[in-house]
Design a protein around this ligand. Structure first.
Ligand code: HGY
Ligand code: MN
Ligand code: MN
Length: 404
């Protein structure tokens, strides 16, 4: 199993990797991500798996031995990355799923239900702004027309991106999840330090924190950076800066998370007061009510500041994911009775396709693999090869339990 996994991992390592930062740029329907999808199809075909893909490029490679049919056990993750992201977030779940099928076959295990290895597109929402776009479409929770109208930073619509990738369709039929998926398990590198602090290589997810992405449009008055007295300005950069500080303070007070990681300034000149600043807030809380009140508090303080600065503000929710509590009995069952003791059952503040399928009523679980630093969404993201291999065996054991 080791060489299978290591060979596949070596295949992927250079794809979409920046020589400057060592980080990954694998945005959907662009070179690197399309290369990864072709690689996946080759791997599936080499294993004799039956490949099904939908009009947006979500794909499942099925292992269904003769006489085995009906709703299957789905396992997989995503191949797209955030901008300058890590190697493990997403691909670890896909490669581990292929390697786990190899392990089960080498054990002579014959599944009583089909086992499908899945790849959902645009999980990060790093190109079109809506997190888990592929799995949301598959689950039927985002209207097709709305998805087609999403645009990237260059103004390219999702519809145009699909057609230039040779994908797309007049209409999109959500998956018949009840008929095709018995349950879903996603293996993912942990994005945090819970496992490393517990000295555990593998964990099971209990929940996903609710989280959202909110666009803040600050509008002011362009003017000369030199001849305009400070008291005469309507400077949206000032309103934005105070908002970023307020968000940080509010999140600390409430023990939650708030991040402004993306800002666009117009006209972005060195010697001119900007006319507009657009910034995106990523907010995450332990409860849905907490998320609503954190965003409300930040928006309220931003509006008050705008009034003082003579600027204006519009806040638009672009991507909101409600809290997900995974099936507790399924999590407990999968975490129990392992050599070396039960796996810890832990929360995550990161969103996943597993959250979308769980919310759509599919019995769902997540396995986490230890991340020695906890760092993610960064070139520094890492998991040790021994821990990755432990993850493959853990996933194989889990699939065996689910597909028996
Ligand atoms: O942003 C997230 O929560 C996840 O990594 N997609
Ligand atoms: Mn991610
Ligand atoms: Mn991920």
């Amino acid at each position: 199993m080791t060489d299978d996994f290591e060979r596949m991992w070596t295949d992927l390592t250079p794809v979409g990797r920046s020589a400057a930062s060592g980080g990954y740029f694998r945005q959907p329907y662009r070179g690197a991500e399309s290369e990864l999808r072709s690689w996946f199809l080759e791997q599936a075909t080499a294993r004799g798996l039956r490949v099904e893909s939908d009009p947006v490029g979500n794909v499942v490679a099925w292992w269904a031995p003769p006489g085995v049919s009906g709703p299957g056990v789905l396992t997989g993750s995503h191949l797209d990355s955030v901008l300058d992201g890590g190697a493990y977030d997403g691909p670890l779940g896909v490669v581990s799923a292929l390697a786990a099928v190899d392990v089960l076959r080498s054990r002579g295990f014959v599944p009583a239900k089909p086992i499908g290895v899945s790849v959902f597109v645009e999980e990060e929402g790093s190109r079109f702004g809506l997190a888990c776009l592929g799995s949301r479409l598959a689950a039927g929770v985002v209207p097709w027309r709305d998805a087609l109208a999403l645009t990237d930073r260059d103004g390219t619509s999702f519809e145009d991106a699909l057609s230039s990738a040779g994908l797309g369709a007049g209409t999109y039929e959500p998956w018949d999840l009840a008929a095709t998926v018995d349950c879903f398990v996603e293996l993912h590198v942990e994005q945090g330090r819970d496992l490393v602090d517990r000295g555990a290589a593998v964990g099971v997810a209990s929940e996903i924190w609710p989280h959202g992405r909110y666009r803040f449009d600050f509008t002011g008055a362009a003017n000369h950076a030199g001849s305009t007295r400070m008291e005469d300005r309507q400077d949206p950069m000032l309103t934005y800066a105070m908002t970023a500080l307020a968000a940080n303070k509010q999140a600390r007070l409430a023990g939650q998370r708030a991040t402004f990681g993306r800002v666009e300034v117009a006209p972005n000149g060195t010697n001119a007061i900007p006319s507009r600043v657009t910034a995106w807030l990523d907010a995450r809380c332990s409860t849905d009510a907490g998320l609503a009140s954190l965003v409300e508090a930040i928006s309220g303080q931003a509006t008050d500041r705008a009034d003082r600065d003579g600027t204006s503000l519009r806040v638009t929710a672009e991507s909101v994911s409600a809290s997900v509590a995974f099936d507790a009995s399924m999590a407990a069952r999968l975490a129990a009775d392992h050599e070396g003791g039960d796996w810890p059952v832990i929360p995550t503040q990161a969103g996943h396709d597993a959250g979308i399928l769980s919310a759509a009523g599919v019995p769902t679980a997540m396995l986490f693999v230890r991340n020695p630093t906890g760092v993610s969404h960064s070139p520094e993201e890492h998991a040790s090869m021994p821990d990755c291999l432990v993850g493959v065996s853990a996933l194989a054991d889990t699939l065996e339990r689910l597909a028996r």
